[in-house]
Design a protein around this ligand. Structure first.
Ligand SMILES: [Fe+2]
Length: 411
């Protein structure tokens, strides 16, 4: 027969067993520390250090968790520190599952994360011999109420704990521990609830950061449209340069964050042209030396304008990278004449993508250059105007993706 005990009325920071009516194996001091840990979600801010200091935890370790000998404040502190290092929701849940396994109080553990796309709970399994009924998981997710109970399985009884992964604002998933050899105590339920709330706090932090990144991406797309709108003949240049740059970064096996930075800096590489006069920017003939000097100011304008915008953490280097796309490895670039090691690799990539696009589309004063001549021109600038490894990556992209697509579209 299935039995279910409802616990914890809300998915927010759990009320630990401080009430006289609830028996506890924890000392009042330890419970106070546990409450601090469980309330970390209220203290979450970007960059904040959210760990209890180990010297605070040590005096209580010997008095904690007689029901689950493996649990100590030091252990909770370790979980908290491990969770703080996670950079994705799946990593948070895997960390949680790994940590609870090391307690050795359960034979089964599994967690589910809510997927907004499919609007379903997606399982993230660690160790499963017996499945907890789906309606129990869904009930915990829907109500935010932790549960402790048992149900019959194969001539045995499966005891379980099932808690929400919840912050003070939202429920992100569910975690389950199961055992056929022993029942779980109320203390263990409270402990797992506290751990679930730590995970929930971290999931909320990651969620907020992801939202900031999305807002920043949308802003950059909007800014790129404003510069393209200045001149219809160069419209689309920012998007194409960003696309080529991201492809080169991919062929260079840069990290996902570096590829993303390259793409968004590519979108804004010419943003400073918004500060250049129309009669120069849109001039339908060759620029004079004086006009060219004016155009050369645009990377400085890019830096000074974009530096006043607060970019998200992952894209905070966009202003600097964008302002370096006319620098050269031999130090003869502008505006600062930086040397190879002083120029971000993302800017060296954008430099190649920028020249390739500028030469292969129609400009005010000339027609597109034949592709093979553009490739030869890039090669001629190897290690002086352009970084050699970037040229290599660009050519792999060009022959494997760009040129086959170009030929298909010409048919
Ligand atoms: Fe430029």
């Amino acid at each position: 027969m299935t039995t279910t005990e409802l616990n914890s009325p809300k998915p927010v920071a759990p009320k630990f067993a401080t009430e006289a009516s609830v028996p506890s194996n924890y000392s009042p001091s330890a419970l106070s520390e546990l409450q601090k840990i469980s309330q970390l979600d209220e203290a979450v801010e970007y960059g904040a250090v959210l760990t209890l200091r180990s010297e605070e935890a040590v005096p209580f370790v010997g008095t904690v968790a007689t029901a689950a000998p493996g649990i100590s404040l030091g252990f909770l502190n370790q979980i908290n520190q491990a969770l703080m290092r996670c950079t994705s929701a799946v990593a948070v849940v895997e960390c949680l599952l790994h940590s609870t396994r090391t307690l050795r109080v359960a034979t089964d553990n599994e967690a589910w994360l809510y997927d907004r796309g499919t609007q379903r709970l997606q399982p993230i399994q660690q160790q499963i011999r017996h499945r907890i009924p789906a309606n129990t998981i869904e009930a915990v997710f829907a109500t935010g109420e932790a549960r402790r109970g048992s149900f019959p399985v194969q001539r045995a009884e499966l005891f379980y704990l099932c808690v929400p992964l919840a912050s003070s604002k939202q429920i992100y998933g569910v975690c389950y521990l199961g055992s056929t050899s022993r029942a779980f105590s109320r203390d263990e339920l409270e402990m797992l609830t506290a751990i679930g709330n730590q995970a929930g706090a971290m999931l909320e932090t990651l969620d907020a950061k992801a939202e900031q990144e999305r807002v920043c991406e949308n802003m950059i797309h909007g800014l790129a449209l404003t510069i393209d709108a200045r001149d219809e003949i160069t419209a689309g240049h920012s998007g194409r340069v960003a696309g080529y740059s991201a492809a080169i970064a991919r062929y260079m096996n840069l990290s996902a964050n570096e590829q993303r930075l390259t793409y968004y800096a590519g979108l804004l590489h010419d943003y400073g042209k918004i500060g250049v006069r129309d009669d120069i920017l849109c001039k339908p003939s060759q620029l004079t030396a004086e006009e060219y000097e004016e155009i050369k100011q645009h990377p400085e304008y890019t830096l000074s304008i974009l530096s006043k915008i607060k970019f998200s953490e992952g894209l905070k280097d966009v202003p600097h990278v964008a302002s370096c796309h006319h620098e050269r490895p031999d130090g003869k670039g502008y505006p600062r004449g930086l040397k190879r090691e002083e120029i971000p690799i993302e800017a060296l990539i954008i430099a190649v993508a920028d020249v390739f696009d500028a030469l292969t589309v129609k400009r005010h004063y000339r027609d597109p250059m034949p592709l093979d001549e553009v490739i030869a021109l890039l090669e001629a600038g190897r290690d002086t105007q352009f970084e050699g490894i970037v040229i290599d990556a660009f050519k792999r992209y060009y022959y494997e993706e760009f040129f086959p697509r170009y030929k298909r579209h010409r048919r």
